[in-house]
Write a protein that binds this ligand. Structure first.
Ligand code: PMP
Length: 359
């Protein structure tokens, strides 16, 4: 029996993808072996890898002058890779702080570059994004970094920050492929796979080619975008099984009608859940409506003592993974692409019942 899994990542995967992977597990397309047993240099795997890249390019309309890399080290690895590839030690880099993941990127960035935080939402308790135009990026900044969607706080940028000629770098880990995005507005888009793309172990990095080749000489090879690009992301052994599964997920997104169709569904799912929260005096979500995430919806009940019973009763009802992040408590429903609207409907029905019993 499958539950509705609202976990923030690793997260629910599309069932048809899991079923296809199962059917191909011991013998991929007559090769007589599973994908995880194949050489990454074999024509079979090189084909799997290239098909995944082509699908990513087509789904996000990635312009031709961007490289698409499939790397290891997670999004956390990119917190270091971004300064190491884009900023010599004498440069400074601009960051926007909108929550836990921005703060982690900033902390990591400080190891390598003079970090200047242009906007800090700590005072809003990470419940908003900076107003458009409220910060100015110095033209000599190496880049502007922001977190497109804060997975813990449930805060998402509704706009692309303006930085003039300075490249905008975005951590799109928990929002990539959930709605349309104009890749050409960014210098770098990176995303850990374990939310909307597939299993953990892979981080997709989309980088404008003119930004390649400026890495510091001490950049580790595994984080060196130009070296990885030259080697088709196979400078070392890639996580082949994860790459293959990401390819299957991308194929599934195509079958669903692509990113704009996903966006329509995701908007409907988010509206259903936020609507339920906003209509109730029992549940609350602190995030400014314009900055509310379509993917991660944190919510509170009036008495924190009800949180554990809520999560336990929900799990009993087949609704899993609803505890908030350990750093903030409360509840959180992650409603990534693979979560059907039926799952969100089941959640709001449960919430309504729980409120009637405990409100
Ligand atoms: N950025 C964001 C927005 C995230 O949600 C996460 C993981 N939850 C990370 C970075 C860190 O990713 P990883 O664990 O793949 O390093």
């Amino acid at each position: 029996m499958r539950v509705y899994n609202f976990s923030a990542g690793p997260a629910t995967m599309p069932l048809p993808v899991l079923e296809q992977a199962r059917s191909e597990m011991t013998d991929w397309h007559g090769s007589g072996m599973s994908v995880m047993e194949m050489s990454h240099r074999s024509p079979e795997f090189v084909g799997i890898a290239a098909a995944a890249e082509a699908r990513m390019r087509s789904l996000l309309s990635v312009p031709d002058d961007y490289a698409v890399l499939f790397l290891q080290g997670g999004a956390t690895g990119q917190f270091s890779a971004v300064p190491l590839n884009l900023a010599s030690p004498d440069r400074h880099a601009a960051y926007l702080n909108t929550g836990s993941w921005s703060a982690k990127a900033i902390e990591e960035g400080r190891k390598y570059v003079d970090v200047r935080v242009l906007a800090d939402e700590k005072d809003s308790r990470y419940a908003d994004v900076p107003t458009e135009g409220s910060f100015e990026v110095a033209p000599d900044a190496a880049y502007l970094h922001h977190t497109l969607n804060e997975t813990i706080g449930g805060v998402e940028f509704p706009y692309v920050p303006e930085a003039g000629t300075v490249p905008v770098v975005t951590d799109a880990s928990s929002t990539i492929l959930s709605r349309t995005m104009d890749v050409s507005r960014y210098g770098v888009v990176y995303a850990g796979a374990q939310k909307n793309l597939g299993p953990s172990g892979l981080c997709v990095v989309i980088v404008r080619r003119d930004l390649l080749g400026h890495a510091r000489p001490d950049v580790p090879a595994a984080l060196d975008w130009a070296a990885m690009d030259k080697a088709d992301s196979m400078l070392n052994t890639p996580p082949t099984l994860a790459w293959y599964l990401v390819g299957l997920v991308l194929e599934w997104v195509e079958e669903q009608g692509g990113v704009s169709a996903m966006g329509e569904r995701n908007r409907a799912k988010a509206d259903l859940l936020y609507g339920t929260i906003d209509r109730s005096d029992f549940y609350s979500n602190p995030v400014a409506p314009r900055a509310r995430s379509w993917m991660n919806v944190p919510f509170l009940v009036p008495d924190p003592a009800l949180e554990k019973p809520f999560v336990a009763a929900a799990a009993e009802a087949g609704l899993s993974g609803l505890a908030g992040h350990r750093s903030v408590g409360g509840m959180r429903a992650s409603i990534y692409n693979a979560m059907p609207i039926e799952g969100v409907q089941a959640l709001v029905d449960f919430m309504t019942d729980f409120e009637q019993q405990n409100g």
